[in-house]
Design a protein around this ligand. Structure first.
Ligand code: ATP
Ligand code: MG
Ligand code: MG
Length: 365
């Protein structure tokens, strides 16, 4: 028993709270959003700004451990929490994941390859970086970007000053700190979600094959259509990163598959959208594994018992959810969001297939 404090009120917090409840824990959510998806299923919720010192303090006193489903909370807030209660993963992990420049430097520093990159803080620096890295390239805000927001692609004829101006209007753009990355002509994208306990034990889920639509994750498929050696290499990258950061909790690492090997794109120190398939296809899912790691419990088996395809339901795609309920192959998950705004993640559906089998209807169980 005990109470798990989760910072952030989205669907990741909701599914983590459901997993925690199954293990007998109470969950207390901290989120600025009233009636958030996570708060709807939690025992308690604090609705306050992530920077509210009094609210942070009373939240920390009400819980036994704090974790995050949203990593972009300020250093000062994490410090306040950590003075009162164990915070897992630690500030160092969040700090590294909050800033794409710090993140890329971290990966390269432990010998893990990424796209070529330069930190840029203005048009002159951008022009210099473009001269070194070449085109096409991708300019990203260093902080706060998600779902492809805060990114500008720079093609052969893109004006650097115009690209810089466009970035300024994006999330995190006003800060003026950005990264230029060489554009990777990848064969595909994969991600590994790894859990690591305070005792150093770790367990990784199979790499998922991720397809994006309009810069938002569309499907995650397992097994990924990659050679076994590539899957092993991907898990090894995730493990080395989790160990170097001393993660207690989950780490999700996104990678590009290229003919020359894997390149890390970015990481997230929390459950990840590309790990939702684990709920329906693994012995222990990413949310339970997250709670186990954060609460100091033994990790469960991440073994996959079925092949699976997870499809996100974005905006009005969740409108025909009753049809999905009629589909015996479909495992539907809805997040309790009232308003289906365009681009908003409303739910997901996972379809299971016989392990090792193809995706041919005739071979399904
Ligand atoms: P997320 O929602 O995954 O947090 P994000 O906004 O943080 O997304 P990234 O993951 O960095 O952004 O990029 C989003 C997508 O854009 C990637 O999954 C990939 O498809 C594409 N992309 C990003 N960087 C590059 C690159 N250097 N070369 C080619 N494609 C890229
Ligand atoms: Mg991201
Ligand atoms: Mg990403």
């Amino acid at each position: 028993g005990g109470t798990v404090g989760i910072v952030g009120g989205g669907q990741l917090g909701r599914m983590a709270a459901l997993a925690a409840a199954r293990l007998g824990y109470r969950v207390h959510i901290f989120s600025p959003e009233p009636d958030s998806p996570a708060a709807q299923v939690a025992a308690a919720a604090t609705v306050a700004a992530y920077t509210d010192p009094a609210a942070l303090e009373s939240f920390a006193r009400a819980v036994d451990v704090v974790t995050f489903e949203f990593e972009n909370i300020p250093a000062d807030s994490v410090r306040r929490l950590a003075e009162i209660v164990p915070v897992r993963p630690s500030w160092t992990v969040l700090e590294t994941a909050q800033d794409r420049i710090v993140e890329k430097r971290f990966f390269n520093g432990i010998g893990i390859a990424t796209a070529p990159w330069r930190a840029v803080d203005g048009v002159a620096a951008l022009e210099a970086a473009l001269a070194e890295i070449g085109r096409p390239a991708v300019l990203k805000t260093a902080r706060m970007g998600y779902d492809g927001k805060g990114q500008v692609r720079i093609d052969a004829d893109t004006d650097a000053a115009a690209a810089w101006a466009a970035l300024g209007k994006a999330p995190g753009g006003a800060a003026g700190s950005a990264i230029l990355e060489g554009f990777i002509d990848f064969q595909g994208e994969i991600s590994v979600v790894i859990a690591r306990g305070g005792d150093g034990a770790w367990a990784a889920f199979d790499p998922a094959w991720n397809v994006h639509r309009h810069h938002i994750l569309h499907t995650s498929t397992v097994p990924a259509p990659i050679p076994a050696a590539t899957a092993t290499a991907a898990i090894d990258i995730a493990r080395r990163a989790a160990e170097a950061l001393d993660v207690i909790g989950l780490l999700a690492v996104e990678m590009f598959v290229t003919p020359d090997g894997l390149l890390v794109n970015e990481m997230a120190p929390r459950p990840h959208n590309s790990g939702h398939w684990t709920i329906d296809a693994c012995l222990t899912d990413q949310f339970e594994q997250f709670i186990r790691a954060v609460c100091g419990l033994p990790l469960g088996s991440p073994r996959r018992h079925s092949d699976a395809v997870m499809t996100n339901l974005i905006g009005d795609e969740a409108a025909d959810w009753l049809d999905l309920l009629r589909d015996p192959e479909a495992h539907l998950h809805l997040y309790g969001k009232a308003e289906a705004r365009p681009g908003r993640k409303m739910g997901h559906v996972t379809r299971l297939h016989r392990p090792g089998g193809g995706f041919d209807e005739a071979t399904m169980i």
